[in-house]
Design a protein around this ligand. Structure first.
Ligand code: G4P
Length: 541
């Protein structure tokens, strides 16, 4: 085994931040980059303000609505580590994208607003992390504001999510009375100092041992006594730190801080990198692939078109599972059954792309995609390898789509085709109805808005969407299935996917149940049959 490969694996960490919108993910991400030396001025306030007024950049919708629509992948160096942060969209309608991104991460940081606690989107995303069994770290944010008591938050984690927390540090006060955090390991107090710059530069850190005489100038007697009481409570009543429970996602190391003021970001990053797992291998159909396998391998978890409007290109994001990627190399594309050249790889530094020479397990590379990749595709040096586990979800919202101006139909079709390859939408045809207009299915209803926006701005066609009353799509397998006779019970409709496979759209649970009961000769699948190699999961409720 190459020692270089081992060394590169050892210094890599790949993770994603999961949170409910507004918990401070953008802010924390910027601060992590700031500490990684990747940007000199974090300035979340400025960036957001600029975002609100920017009109010329790509994905204007994202800016107008102040939500992050697409995931981006960032790599930054920090104290000898190469840290890969996979950013995930916060809005629930884009959760499909988030789930796939989590398939490429080895750990998750669950960001919680101290005043709000566990919110619906946190809960959903947490479930996905649980399913994958990856370590989950908790960062409780906004301590500079009044929030819930830390004990209450720990309790909520256990009651709502079913995970126990191990506080790595402990907050002293909150809001205007926030004094800092006590580090349980070093027994030092990190003293909170708020400057007026909104955390645009690194904070000067003042660390005072709890038993130092100087502590008298930091905490009042009452604050000191309360802290001691809390510490005793945690030491006696709390969980012991158990590394194996952290690794299996049963115990969450918990941190407190304030991303906006940078407070607690560095201690968090230091501890996180120490505890977060090394890049893990992945399960393939033929067996588990270790990252130390010499031969390069990886899987595509995301496809993104038109990232840069001046280059009409498409990027396939590939997570390296094993071996070393070298610029210009070829690898075997399992689905296509042939070698392909992995062209124009890039890594992403915020919105900028930089060409890369090599990449290692845990890294994500962006491959130029002339239309040959699909989500879930595996690439491997020296022969076929099929990785499992990139989830595909069955759409839950449907609409017939038409070009407003019939002369623009071609542009519309091109846009639909490309966006379906990205995995943003699924397209179904309805030939047996004699209808030319396709049906589009999406997992979250907001994706319709994105679809309309992107087809107009990237392909120059305005589209009309007529919503359909269906909520489930099921591929049908069975020798006697005949779309014509199966159609029209009134609460369902048969369509075809892009590969010509039949599937039925059902109005509701009842309609699906009814068909299943009445037709035991057919199997109704929530994902296309040829994609089923263990890669199918249902969207968590
Ligand atoms: P998101 O990506 O999770 O949606 O959250 P984002 O970072 O955009 O933060 C949401 C809001 O919370 C922002 O305020 C941000 O400044 C604020 N915030 C983030 N971290 C902290 C923190 O540690 N303390 C406090 N007090 N606030 C925090 P905003 O008013 O929406 O925007 P802005 O005008 O401040 O930019």
């Amino acid at each position: 085994m190459s020692t270089e490969l081992e060394r590169e694996i050892a210094r890599r960490r790949t993770f994603a931040i999961i949170s409910h919108p507004d918990a401070g993910k953008t802010t924390l991400t910027e601060k992590l980059l700031l500490y990684g030396g990747a940007i000199h001025l974090a300035g979340s306030v400025k960036a957001k303000r600029a975002r609100r007024h920017a009109t010329s950049d790509w994905m204007e919708l994202e800016k107008e609505r102040g939500i992050s629509v697409t995931s981006s992948v960032l790599q930054f160096p920090y104290r000898g580590h190469a840290v890969n942060l996979l950013d995930t969209p916060g809005h629930q309608d884009f959760s499909e994208d988030t789930y796939r991104t989590l398939a490429a991460a080895d750990a998750a940081v669950m960001l919680i607003d101290a005043a709000k606690g566990v919110e619906p989107q946190t809960k959903k995303l947490f479930k996905v992390c649980r399913m994958r069994g990856i370590p989950i770290f908790t960062f409780v944010n906004k301590l500079d504001r009044y929030g819930r008591s830390p004990l209450e938050l720990m309790d909520e984690l256990e009651q709502v999510l079913g995970i126990r927390a191990y506080p790595m540090n402990w907050p002293i006060g909150s809001g205007p009375e926030f004094r800092g955090v006590y580090d349980r390991n070093s027994k030092n107090v990190h003293v909170f100092t708020s400057d007026e710059s909104h955390g645009e530069s690194e904070v000067a850190e003042r660390v005072v041992p709890l038993d130092a005489p100087e502590m008298a100038s930091v905490l009042t007697d009452a604050e000191r006594a309360k802290l001691q009481e809390d510490i005793d409570l945690l030491d006696i009543g709390g969980d012991a730190f158990d590394r194996s429970k952290v690794d299996s996602g049963q115990l969450s190391p918990m941190f407190f801080g304030s991303a906006m003021t940078n407070f607690g970001v560095r201690p968090f990053l230091d501890a996180f990198l120490e505890l977060a797992p090394l890049p893990a291998g992945r399960k393939a159909v033929t067996g588990f692939v270790e990252p130390t396998r010499e031969a390069f391998s990886g899987f595509v978890f995301k496809i993104q078109a038109n990232m840069d409007p001046s280059h009409r290109d498409r990027i396939a994001f590939l997570r390296v599972v094993s071996g070393k990627y070298e610029k210009g190399m070829s690898a075997f594309h399992s689905r296509l059954g042939k070698d392909v050249r992995l062209a124009k790889p890039s890594q992403f530094m915020a919105a900028e792309r930089t060409a890369i020479e090599d990449a290692w397990p845990g890294d994500v590379i962006g491959l130029f995609d002339p239309g040959q990749y699909r989500i879930g595709d595996s690439l491997a040096k020296g022969g076929p390898l099929d990785f499992e586990g990139v989830p595909r979800f069955s759409p839950e919202h449907f609409a017939v789509v038409r070009a407003k101006d019939p002369l623009r139909r071609k542009q519309m079709e091109k846009g639909l085709e490309q966006l379906s390859e990205e995995g943003t939408i699924q397209i179904f045809q309805q030939p047996q109805m004699g209808m030319k207009d396709p049906i589009v299915g999406v997992v979250g209803a907001l994706q319709f808005e994105v679809l309309q926006y992107r087809i107009e701005h990237e392909y120059g066609a305005q589209i009309l969407l007529d919503r359909l009353p269906y909520t489930h799509a099921r591929w049908v397998v069975g020798p006697q299935f005949d779309a014509k006779t199966f159609d029209w019970e009134g609460n369902r409709q048969t369509v075809q996917d892009r590969d010509g496979l039949p599937l039925v759209l059902f109005r509701d649970d009842w309609a699906l149940q009814h068909a299943e009961d009445k037709h035991p000769e057919f199997t109704f699948l929530s994902a296309a049959p040829q994609l089923r190699a263990g890669a199918v999961v249902a969207a968590p409720a």
